[in-house]
Ligand binder design. Sequence first.
Ligand code: HEC
Ligand code: HEC
Ligand code: HEC
Ligand code: HEC
Ligand code: HEC
Ligand code: HEC
Ligand code: HEC
Ligand code: HEC
Ligand code: HEC
Length: 326
Amino acid sequence: MSLHRDRRDRAGRTWRSPGVLGLLAAAALLGALGAPLAGAAAPDVPKIVDATYVGADTCKGCHEDQFKKLDATLHSRVLGQRGRTALQGHVCESCHGPGSKHLEDQANPANIIRFSKTSVQSTAQRDAVCLQCHQRGKRMFWQGSAHEGVNSCTTCHSVKSPQSAAGQLKAKDQLSLCRTCHATAVAQQWNWSHMPIREGKLQCSSCHNVHGTVTEKLIVDNSINENCYRCHLDKRGPFLWEHAPVRESCLNCHKAHGSNNIRLLRIREPRLCQQCHNENRHPSTAFPGGAGGTGFGDRRILGRSCALGHSNIHGSNHPSGFAFTR
Ligand code: HEC
Ligand code: HEC
Ligand code: HEC
Ligand code: HEC
Ligand code: HEC
Ligand code: HEC
Ligand code: HEC
Ligand code: HEC
Ligand code: HEC
């Protein structure tokens, strides 16, 4: 647990604007963390003492309904004779453990690995069952992630009765799955401007790996900006004239899920820009007047939208694009 906190706190400091020192620090951090993570003891898979494998045909005698359910899923095709490892060869017992003791006494929950309320195995132990085959890939950083400890694999997945078209989820899609716990993030889909998830153009998992990441907030890429660049390549640059806050973090100006301002902006222009830029230098009122007023800025800030004039606000490659106007 302390390891996890440590990583998140430190990552939080270096992550938005890594710079060279930040990257070095991050590399050192990864080096330091890599060792204990890689060396961490494999999660303890529950052992059923003295039990031996009896084979799926034996289970079928009493649990035919479970066969039917499993048949409809990918697991039925990858376990059994076609299994690539010895464990995969055991079908039912790949997940539920060797069954001989269960045949002797079915009422004793300790005789079989259960995933229901009657289970005597801890959540971590049940997750360890799945991780035997699924530790690699997206689950590489499950240990210590924001979801480990608060969720288990079977909070989100159903092996026997999946509801989703992909990923064997317990709900029909990611929006309905995540909504149960992250009401705010999902509600932002109904903001006026929003990431088109409910239109089906992307998913929560386009930006998050719910199984754990090295970055904060379960972001799939190495940083938030890297994530945004993946789809908004034109914002990556390199630019002749860079706008510092864009390089630092897209979230300086945008919200990630939804906003009631145009283009997912955090707040409206001109206030957005004036958080950092001095209003006196470039008045944003329609009729500046007064001693310092030139009356010169007004035409260009029509609609109070600075980005109308500074149209290449994310950076410019034009020789005279220093002010992002071209
Ligand atoms: C002789 C019939 C019989 C055979 C064979 C059998 N079971 Fe069972 N199994 C039962 C009964 C009865 C229960 C319900 C026990 C209870 O209510 O506590 C049960 C319960 C279970 C449960 C727990 C269900 C829950 O509510 O969590 C699992 C898992 C399970 N069996 C898996 C298997 C597997 C895997 C095999 C093959 C190795 C197998 N069973 C073979 C009769 C059988
Ligand atoms: C890939 C892992 C996996 C395999 C393979 C598997 N099970 Fe299960 N089993 C589970 C999980 C997880 C649950 C909890 C319910 C769910 O996720 O759908 C479960 C639930 C059950 C239950 C409890 C009843 C219920 O619906 O909650 C029984 C009985 C059972 N399995 C028997 C079997 C039998 C018999 C086989 C072989 C045909 C089998 N299981 C294969 C993981 C597995
Ligand atoms: C004995 C090995 C094994 C175990 C144990 C196992 N799985 Fe799998 N599972 C596989 C294989 C093999 C696949 C095929 C895809 C792949 O290679 O990842 C798969 C696929 C899946 C998929 C993807 C299905 C799809 O339609 O894309 C999900 C989700 C999944 N498993 C969840 C679980 C969960 C949850 C558990 C624990 C209850 C579990 N698995 C236990 C071997 C296993
Ligand atoms: C918070 C919900 C949640 C939890 C907890 C969770 N998953 Fe998933 N899982 C998902 C979603 C959503 C997807 C589909 C999107 C994706 O692939 O990231 C998925 C996809 C998968 C897949 C198929 C895609 C792939 O990686 O090949 C597997 C296998 C899988 N999960 C296994 C697991 C295992 C094992 C655990 C427990 C260690 C687990 N999941 C815990 C939500 C969850
Ligand atoms: C059963 C409840 C539950 C479900 C379902 C669930 N989560 Fe979570 N999630 C949590 C909890 C609890 C945390 C930890 C909150 C914290 O640390 O502040 C968390 C943390 C997160 C975080 C990191 C937040 C942070 O501050 O670091 C993200 C991102 C996230 N979840 C995304 C998702 C997505 C996407 C889905 C759907 C695929 C999902 N979650 C499904 C309970 C859930
Ligand atoms: C376009 C990328 C993207 C998509 C799609 C996305 N998120 Fe996020 N999410 C982010 C970013 C970036 C953050 C970090 C926000 C911050 O630090 O202010 C975040 C933060 C979160 C958090 C942490 C709490 C918070 O608001 O800071 C949760 C929970 C979360 N997202 C859930 C979801 C769920 C659920 C979905 C699907 C409905 C989803 N996200 C879709 C990028 C995305
Ligand atoms: C998986 C791809 C993907 C990722 C990752 C992604 N976006 Fe998007 N983004 C889209 C799509 C698709 C649209 C809708 C484009 C359209 O409808 O023309 C969009 C639209 C937008 C819009 C315009 C919204 C509007 O109202 O017109 C903004 C701003 C934006 N994204 C910012 C971001 C930021 C910031 C990030 C990183 C946190 C990000 N995007 C990550 C795919 C992505
Ligand atoms: C300094 C503030 C600021 C930052 C930082 C910023 N943006 Fe923007 N972005 C804007 C403004 C203002 C608009 C609206 C322009 C307009 O009026 O159409 C916009 C529009 C967009 C749009 C939609 C229109 C288009 O040009 O495609 C996308 C997509 C987008 N931004 C992505 C990003 C990404 C990705 C990042 C991080 C690399 C980022 N933005 C960082 C201010 C910013
Ligand atoms: C988070 C702070 C921040 C925000 C928000 C922001 N900027 Fe900037 N902007 C900067 C910084 C820092 C520079 C670089 C100043 C330097 O190099 O002296 C800069 C440079 C500029 C320049 C280049 C000319 C100059 O003054 O160096 C223009 C033009 C500009 N910004 C316009 C905008 C507009 C328009 C918006 C709103 C859409 C905006 N900025 C929002 C921080 C910000």
